[in-house]
Structure formats: C-alpha cells, structure tokens
Design a binder for this molecule. Structure first.
Ligand code: CDM
Ligand code: ATP
Length: 281
C-alpha cells in the first residue's frame, strides 16, 4: 500500500496586529507568517476501504475532534473519494503553543490526501475547505511566507532573509479563544501603512498574555538577554531571532529545565510543499 511521510511545519507570527472585531466575533488581523523547518511528522497509508483512522500516541484529543481527522473527512466527503487512509502522527509541536500545530496538521493532511487520493483540487479550493477548520489553515495550504489580512486568510507573499530561531514553550497552554474574547485585548491597531518596518510592529496579544501568565512574561524576559524577544500568535511560545544556527543553539543550550524549546531556520516555502513536490518528481 502507498505510504508517505510529510512534515507539518510550525509557523511563527513575526508580528500580530489586531485591527478590529467583526460582527461574527472573529477579528480582523494583520500578521506576518513565516514557516520553520521543524514540525509534526505525519505518515499516510492508503486503504481500499473508506475508513479514516488516526494513530497518535494518545495526545488526549479524541479522533473525531482531531483536525487531521476532520480535514481528511472534509476532503473525502467533498470529492466523494472511495478510498480511506491510516494516518500516524508524531507530535513535536506544543499544543496551544501559538505555532499553529493543529492548523498545520490539517493543512498537511489536505495537501497530501489531495495528491494520494488524486482529488486534483486547486490550492484555492483546498484553502476554502481549510478555513472552515481554522483561520490559520489557509496560510499552511498556500505554503509561502506571507502577510495575512482578513481573519488570516487574505495572503500577500513576502520575501524574508534566512534567520535562525530559538522557540521556547513555557509549559503553559493558552486558549486562542480565551485571548480573543478577553475584554482587555487591544483591538484597534491601525492598518499598516506603505513602507512599514518589522521593528515598528508588535504582537497585540503579548501584554494581555503576559498579565495572565507569569511564565510567559518570565520567558520573554529571559530571551531578552539574547536579542529582541516576542510571542507568537496568542502564545504561549516565545522566540528570539538570530543570524546563525550556532547562536540559536547557544540560547537553547542554556534554557532553564522547566521550559522546552527547539531551534530551526525559517523556510520561504513550507517544508510540506517541498517534500510533496519532491515526491511527485
Ligand atoms: C492568532 C492566530 O494564531 C494567528 O496566527 C490565528 O489567527 C488563530 O488561528 P486558529 O487557531 O486557526 O483560529 P480558529 O481555530 O479559527 O479560532 C480560534 C478562536 O480564535 C478566535 N479568532 C481566530 C482568528 C481570528 N482572526 N479572530 C478570532 O477572533 C475565534 O473566535 C476562535 O474562538
Ligand atoms: N492535530 C492537532 N494538533 C494540535 N491540536 C489539535 C489538533 N487537532 C485538534 N487540536 C485542538 O486545537 C487546539 C489548538 O491547537 P494548536 O496546537 O494548533 O494551537 P496553537 O499552536 O495555539 O494554534 P494557533 O497559533 O493557530 O492558535 C488544541 O488545544 C487542540 O484541542
């Protein structure tokens, strides 16, 4: 049976501005997404029955709630696919960490099964299925470093220099919904003007998350020793950007044992796309 392993990469929000709250409760954002060359590992094995099954070393998410299962089911129903799949997940990305693990798993599932099940959907069609699973899924489907607007689905690709990141998970899981519904969240950052500079941006969730979670505040302060530190998404992961692998690894080597972390370079194209393309050649 055909079997293929593909990475579901982490993302970082290099900045995250909240411009407005919409009537449906979602927020208008401007955010810069970059992918990291590090992520969950998903192995897909096709089956002749229509069953979709997931094996995930018990991460505590029931199968029917898992975004991987939901993504596979959504594509199978949309294209009336007569085949099934067994999916094995090796989870490396912290859940509720702001690195988009669940969304990335869902996007990698849609991209890979589109190929393995020969669905022939376009990227736009897959993103349309994906956005119903989460606001972050489309950027992983498009797979290019981009500034996102809307709720995160209107994407403008952008080029960034290669950098290395040390990403730290302070062992607190933060609910995205809790932050977005909090009365103290700032929601009126003006839209970016032409010629904006990264140094003039911020993460609008950071002050609130720091106030609610002292571990996040401690992590940001600790990282400041090595360079400007920032939180990704609604947290809890925080990162520092460095010019070399050696410098990033040095930060990780001195990480207090109460936190976890990883080092990775950014990747202009999502590793999931690069791996799938290499497989198709
Ligand atoms: C904050 C980010 O991580 C930035 O990348 C994302 O926008 C969140 O994306 P996500 O986790 O895929 O979000 P969803 O699963 O769609 O939504 C989680 C929760 O966040 C809120 N949410 C999400 C995105 C957005 N633009 N406005 C929101 O208010 C939703 O009301 C929902 O209650
Ligand atoms: N395959 C999956 N991996 C991780 N979380 C999943 C998955 N499927 C469903 N979820 C649910 O989605 C929630 C958010 O998970 P995720 O790891 O994507 O958070 P996050 O990194 O904070 O995302 P974001 O930055 O997009 O808000 C989890 O708490 C979990 O309940």
């Amino acid at each position: 049976m055909t079997s293929v392993s593909i990475t579901a990469p982490a993302k970082l929000n290099l900045f995250l501005h909240i411009n407005n709250k919409r009537d449906d409760g979602y927020h208008e954002l401007e955010t810069l997404f970059t992918f990291l060359d590090f992520g969950d590992e998903l192995t897909f094995t096709l089956t002749n029955e229509k069953t979709i099954s997931l094996c995930d070393d018990n991460y505590g998410i029931p199968q029917h709630d898992n975004l991987i299962y939901k993504a596979a089911l959504a594509l199978q129903s949309y294209k009336k696919v007569p085949l099934g799949v067994n999916i094995k997940l090796i989870k490396k990305l912290p859940m509720g960490g702001g690195v988009g693990g669940g969304s990335s798993d869902a996007a990698t599932t849609l991209l890979t099964l589109n190929t393995l099940w020969n669905c022939q959907l376009t990227i736009a069609e897959l993103a349309n299925i994906g956005v119903k699973l989460g606001a972050d899924v489309p950027v992983f489907i498009h797979g290019k470093t981009a500034v996102a607007q809307g709720i995160g689905e209107k994407l403008t690709p952008i080029k960034l220099p290669k950098k290395w990141y040390c990403v730290v998970f302070p062992n607190v899981h933060i609910s995205t919904a809790e932050i977005f519904t909090h009365p103290d969240l700032p929601r009126n950052t003006p839209k970016l003007s032409e010629g904006w500079k990264l140094a003039e941006t911020q993460n609008d969730c950071e002050a609130l998350v720091k106030k609610l979670n002292s571990e996040v505040e401690k992590t940001l302060l600790w990282l400041l020793k090595y360079g400007p530190s920032r939180m990704t998404g609604t947290g809890a992961c925080c990162f520092v950007e460095l010019d070399s692998q050696i410098a990033a690894q040095r930060v990780l080597n001195s990480l207090p044992s109460c936190w976890q972390g990883f080092v990775a370079p950014n990747s202009a194209i999502s590793p999931a796309h690069t791996q799938l393309e290499a497989r198709l050649k």
